[in-house]
Design a protein around this ligand. Structure first.
Ligand SMILES: *[C@@H]1O[C@H](CO)[C@@H](O)[C@H](O)[C@H]1NC(C)=O
Ligand SMILES: *[C@@H]1O[C@H](CO)[C@@H](O)[C@H](O)[C@H]1NC(C)=O
Ligand SMILES: *[C@@H]1O[C@H](CO)[C@@H](O)[C@H](O)[C@H]1NC(C)=O
Length: 346
């Protein structure tokens, strides 16, 4: 047995790591890898080079078009669409406080069981027109017997005013016929300033019943605020005075405080165009309740005969309030929510 040399037991020396190539030269292995690529490239085709700028242009154009045509849906913060400082009346600041809407709601009902419909009349919104139309639906024989038409029955005591089941003044009757049953309810609403001007002309200027203010609209509205605030706060109980009833905000009627969503509102007033639109909308509802075409036609003809355009005096009152910042501010304090609830432009 050959004695092994001591040196033979030693591990072979580690291969020496090659020195790093001088800066700027590739290490050997990379040299080898790239060697195959060192062949001179095929001579570029001039046609291909000419095509590149065209391709870039076309893709840029396509990109621009696709962005314009179909912009990417970016998750955005909610955008403030309307100017935060835009005012409801361009020349005066918005109100921070108004009289509350929906005080204990009065209702003056005109119920027609035959068509399961009831018209709620609001003081100041031609309650006599409401009564005459629904009375005609209730029993048109009353009109023929009295030799009258709808437009001729616009007094305080219409032909149906004595019929208890029509006027529904009794809570027991109301409960029996209206609650739990599917009765359609409509109310006529009016532009708040037009309504105020008409009522002020009639009750303050002609009847002179307006809290000793005679024709002074500013004096009257200031006193009216005090009266209305008592009603709004419940301090006056369920009682309204002649004045607080006639000048009540519209939302204080028809039990809007409980049934806003179940009462349909129709805008009445204005010129012949607006009156025609009103009667068309009313007839649409009546048609759905089964009122015959013939009766609808009569109603429209009669409604168009009622003159509702504002008189010169009424327009004077409106203009006075509109032009005076102080008066308009008080007016809006009283009736701003009627504009919002019933959808009128101020
Ligand atoms: C309608 O009025 C006429 C005349 O007053 C009356 O004879 C008739 O009974 C009334 N009809 C109904 C359904 O109330
Ligand atoms: C019905 O009233 C019209 C006018 O309103 C009148 O001309 C006519 O004579 C009256 N008819 C009857 C029967 O009273
Ligand atoms: C009727 O009133 C409306 C709104 O105020 C107005 O746009 C319209 O021009 C008026 N039509 C006529 C015939 O006066």
């Amino acid at each position: 047995m050959v004695k092994r040399n001591k040196h033979e037991n030693e591990k072979p020396p580690l291969p020496t790591t090659p020195l790093p190539p001088p800066v700027g030269e590739l290490p050997v292995q990379y040299k080898r890898m790239s060697a195959s690529r060192t062949d001179p490239p095929a001579p570029p085709s001039n046609r291909l080079y000419g095509f590149i700028p065209v391709l870039i242009c076309v893709s840029l154009l396509w990109f621009a078009w696709s962005q314009w045509h179909n912009p990417p849906q970016v998750q955005q913060q909610p955008v403030r669409v309307e100017d935060h400082h835009k005012k409801r009346v361009w020349w005066m600041p918005d109100l921070l406080k108004t009289l509350p809407p929906f005080a204990e709601g009065y209702r003056l009902e005109n119920f027609v069981p035959k068509y399961k419909i009831s018209g709620c009349a609001i003081n100041g919104n031609f309650p006599e027109i409401n009564a005459a139309i629904f009375c005609f639906l209730h029993n048109s024989t009353l009109f023929t017997a009295a030799n009258k038409t709808i437009s001729e029955d616009l007094g305080e005591n219409g032909l149906c005013s004595k019929i208890k089941s029509f006027t529904m003044t009794d809570w027991k009757l109301w409960k029996k016929h209206i609650t739990d049953k599917k009765v359609r309810r409509v109310a006529f609403v009016q532009n708040p300033l037009e309504r105020f001007a008409r009522t002020f002309r009639k009750i303050c200027e002609i009847e002179r019943k307006c809290l000793n203010c005679q024709e002074n609209v500013g004096c009257f509205m200031r006193k009216l605020i005090k009266e209305h605030e008592k009603v709004a706060e419940g301090l006056a109980g369920h009682v309204r005075t002649y004045i607080t009833n006639y000048f009540s905000p519209q939302s204080w009627n028809c039990h809007f405080n409980r049934q806003l969503r179940t009462v349909e509102t129709l805008k009445i007033g204005g010129n012949q165009t607006e009156l025609a639109r009103f009667s068309d909308e009313l007839n649409k509802i009546l048609g759905e309740q089964g009122v015959p075409k013939e009766a609808q036609k009569t109603i429209k003809e009669e409604v168009m005969k009622i003159p509702l355009t504002l008189s010169a005096d009424e327009r004077r009152i409106m203009e006075k309030i509109k032009k005076d910042e102080d008066l308009l501010r008080i007016f809006r304090y009283l009736y701003e929510h009627d504009y919002i609830i019933f959808g009128f432009d101020i």
